[in-house]
Write a protein that binds this ligand. Structure first.
Ligand code: KG4
Ligand code: ZN
Length: 348
């Protein structure tokens, strides 16, 4: 089954053609970075305008690179949640319209579940496992029992992991987008240059939660307090010290989840899953089976949408034409609840 996947939840316009949820024939990602760079962050109105300009050429290019005409597409999938409303509307409306006009089945998919699916595009992974979803808007540690059956164990109580990277990079004027630049700078810095504190979250229901606002404040407003003056205050050292703690925050909670659940397979997804320190530190845990998507599938891309779209469409699960966008996924805020039970009828 050949699926066209469309992704437009944030600042990447992307379309891909994927066969049977695993074979990527094309994956076109048009990044809007140059248009948001001068603002050091994504400007929602600019993002949705660019999506409207680019969606048609990007889809055409994806079909062209796959050497595939529309009549060979068996189904269409598009992201409808979570993300920026205006941006989501462009991809979702385009996908629904194209499917309706060509009489093809359509499914709207959850962007975060698609991030988790990204690793499945390349490797066979057996459920259940622990999922580590780390992006610009979400930080989720979850038990994953199926492609749309996840139980959130922990999440962030304030900023997302990627957001912390972006805010620190913005404050120090390191460049945009922040996560990639901090990762690059950190390679030439010393993580011991500052000893930032770890968050202190305890109590029922918070065992696997993380927090980034304390680290952000420490790295931005209280850096004198935590800096080791034997080190020079260079961008490289700031980046390395920040990244060291940012990754440690994730790993302490993730490893606790490993202990408590007994699950030893970990699958990461989302933009921050590209972080080299996170990847290296997890690779050191040879007792665990840590699976990362390749770098080009960590950030937003249409292939993960087509991949998870196949999982629904091949089971005959489609969305109604009335399916709408949603900026947030309400369930991500709840603990210990099964958020996505295997879907038996239409998803919305
Ligand atoms: O998944 P993604 O592309 O978009 C969202 O769904 O949010 O994630 C974007 C986030 C941004 O915060 C970006 O700074 C971060 O992923 N990011 C990284 C790296 N590459 C991207 N953070 C740390 N290290 C990286 N190498
Ligand atoms: Zn994303």
């Amino acid at each position: 089954m050949t699926v066209l996947g469309i992704e437009s939840s944030c600042d990447e316009t992307s379309a891909a053609v994927v066969v049977d949820g695993t074979t990527i024939l094309s994956n076109v990602v048009a990044t809007q970075i140059p248009f948001h760079e001068e603002y050091r962050g994504v400007v929602p109105e600019i993002a949705s305008r660019k999506h409207t300009e680019w969606i048609l050429p990007v889809v055409k290019q994806a079909l062209g690179e796959a050497d595939c005409t529309l009549d060979r597409i068996d189904g269409i999938a598009a992201t409808n949640r979570p993300g920026l409303m205006g941006s989501l509307l462009v991809g979702l409306t385009f996908g629904k319209t194209l499917a309706w006009a060509t009489g093809k089945p359509f499914v709207a998919v959850n962007h975060m579940l698609a991030h988790l699916y990204a690793a499945h595009l390349h490797t066979d992974i057996t459920y259940p496992y622990l999922g580590l979803l780390v992006s610009g808007g979400h930080t989720i540690i979850c038990r994953v029992s199926g492609f749309d059956d996840i139980e959130v164990l922990g999440t962030t109580i304030d900023d997302a992991a990627g957001e912390a990277f972006d805010k620190v990079a913005k404050f120090y004027d390191f460049g945009y987008p922040g996560g990639v630049i901090i990762d690059r700078l950190a390679k030439n810095g010393d993580p011991r240059a500052a000893r930032f504190p770890l968050p202190n979250i305890h109590g029922d229901g918070h065992a696997y939660d993380v927090s980034y606002s304390g680290l952000k404040t420490a790295a931005i407003n209280q850096i004198d307090q935590f800096w080791d003056d034997t080190y020079e205050r260079t961008p490289e050292n700031i980046a390395a010290a920040f990244q060291e703690t940012a990754v440690k925050i994730l790993l302490t909670r993730l490893f606790r989840a490993v202990e408590d659940t007994g699950l030893t397979t970990i699958v990461a997804g989302g933009g921050v899953a590209a972080n080299s320190s996170l990847r290296e530190k997890l690779a050191q845990r040879t007792d665990l089976n840590c699976i990362f998507p390749p770098l080009n599938l960590c950030g937003d891309n249409g292939a993960m949408i087509a991949g998870i779209g196949y999982q629904y469409l091949s089971r005959g699960i489609t969305s109604p034409w009335t399916v709408n966008t949603s900026a947030r996924v309400e369930g991500f805020r709840k603990y210990g609840r099964r958020l996505f039970t295997p879907t038996l009828s239409s998803v919305d």
